[in-house]
Design a protein around this ligand. Structure first.
Ligand SMILES: Nc1ncnc2c1ncn2[C@@H]1O[C@H](COP(=O)(O)OP(=O)(O)OP(=O)(O)O)[C@@H](O)[C@H]1O
Ligand SMILES: [Mg+2]
Length: 353
């Protein structure tokens, strides 16, 4: 079961300070939407207004078209999981998971079936009799998830639920959360400031910055077509090439950016007045290293960093800028080599200021 969630002009102020500017957001039924953004950008504030734990200063929240702005948190049909697992230390795993169901006055049989089911879902059935302090961090987090899933909420809000786990366990739990989302079919709103986590998990990402939404889109939208410099810088590594549009066009009539000491063809359709400053986003995996003077730009290799699956090559360009290029293992770049770079202009994006 899943519900459509809508925030309409929702805003939060604390005295003179703005925690969230008036914001509109729609989360489709069954969708996995991630709120991503730097610390203090308003992610938790938005999530808590959806949950009802924080009252908005303006605007409203709708669930399946019903205004719930003044409905108390426990009656919104929303489940919540936080970074601190907040399990009851004096209760067994089984009783922790049963807690929400007992609060909702389910029958004994219903409680038993739902707890067993939720524990099986997070693969913790054999830990039912243990106490929270007898579990690892990842196991505790799974119990926190089971406790939320047990009463089958149609909307589940998760605020940095994997924040306290180490990298390996985090990646494992990300995969689990993905499959649990599929299994439950509920609408998930997930908060993280980890861009990789957002890219792996989400149907759509809502990127937040300074108390407002910067961009909403699929992971591919945000990676391939960031709308702003902030979006380009926050998601993935980005080379930002600054320059001016040339008055003359390229051989096929394409606009040309004078940047990084070269003439760089822009994607067809890119527009802007010439002689004004523009920024081009070039992802590190787009360029190919070629002979000097046979690409769009030339540079000197200043550093080569081995990353296991690939190698990052840093280049100093003739205008003093730096570019990073990712290469496969087949090339063997050497520091000090002079090389050219070429790429498909359609893999670049002209950014708005
Ligand atoms: N109870 C409060 N009183 C005053 N200001 C608050 C309160 N709660 C949050 N804020 C402010 O609102 C802004 C947004 O905070 P919020 O907790 O939503 O950020 P966040 O994006 O979740 O950050 P983080 O990644 O650090 O958790 C911050 O500037 C914060 O200081
Ligand atoms: Mg937060």
């Amino acid at each position: 079961m899943s519900s459509k969630l809508e925030a309409i002009g929702i805003a939060k102020r604390y005295g003179d300070s703005v925690a969230l500017e008036p914001t509109d957001l729609v989360v489709q039924a069954g969708e996995f939407l991630t709120l991503l953004g730097p610390s203090g950008s308003g992610k938790t504030t938005l999530l808590q207004m959806i949950s009802g734990l924080v009252a908005p200063s303006a605007g409203r929240i709708e669930i399946d078209g019903r205004d719930v702005t003044h409905v108390e948190p426990g009656k919104r049909g929303i489940g919540m999981v936080f970074q601190s697992y907040a399990l009851f230390p004096h209760m067994s795993v089984w009783d922790n998971v049963a807690y929400g169901l007992r609060m909702r006055r389910k029958s004994r049989d219903e409680v038993r079936a739902a707890v067993d089911d939720a524990l099986a879902m997070v693969r913790m059935s054999e830990y039912a009799k243990r106490f929270p302090k007898e579990l690892s961090g990842g196991q505790q987090q799974r119990i926190a998830l089971a406790r939320c899933f047990a009463y089958r909420p149609s909307v589940i809000l998760l605020d940095e639920p994997l924040g306290a786990l180490d990298k390996k366990l985090r990646e494992h739990m990300q995969a689990e959360i993905r499959s649990l989302h599929k299994e439950l079919g509920a609408t998930f709103v997930y908060v993280t400031h980890d861009q990789d986590e957002a890219l792996t998990l989400s149907d759509r990402i809502c990127l937040m910055n300074q108390a407002r939404i910067e961009q909403v889109g699929t992971p591919a939208d945000l990676y391939d077509r960031p709308a702003t410099r902030f979006a380009a810088g926050f998601i993935g590594h980005s080379n930002l090439l600054e320059g001016e549009l040339d008055a003359t066009r390229g051989a096929s009539g394409e606009p040309i950016l004078l940047a990084a000491g070269g003439r760089i063809p822009l994607p067809t359709g890119a527009s802007g007045a010439h002689a004004t400053r523009h920024t081009l986003l070039l992802r590190p995996e787009a360029p190919r290293i070629v002979e000097p003077q046979s690409g769009f730009v030339d540079g000197t290799i200043s550093d080569v960093v081995f990353f296991g699956s690939d190698t990052r090559v840093h280049l100093s360009m003739s205008d003093g800028s730096e570019l990073t290029v990712r290469c496969g293992r087949s090339v063997s770049p050497r520091v000090g080599d002079r090389v050219g770079l070429t790429w498909d202009p359609h893999r670049t994006t002209l950014l708005h200021a």
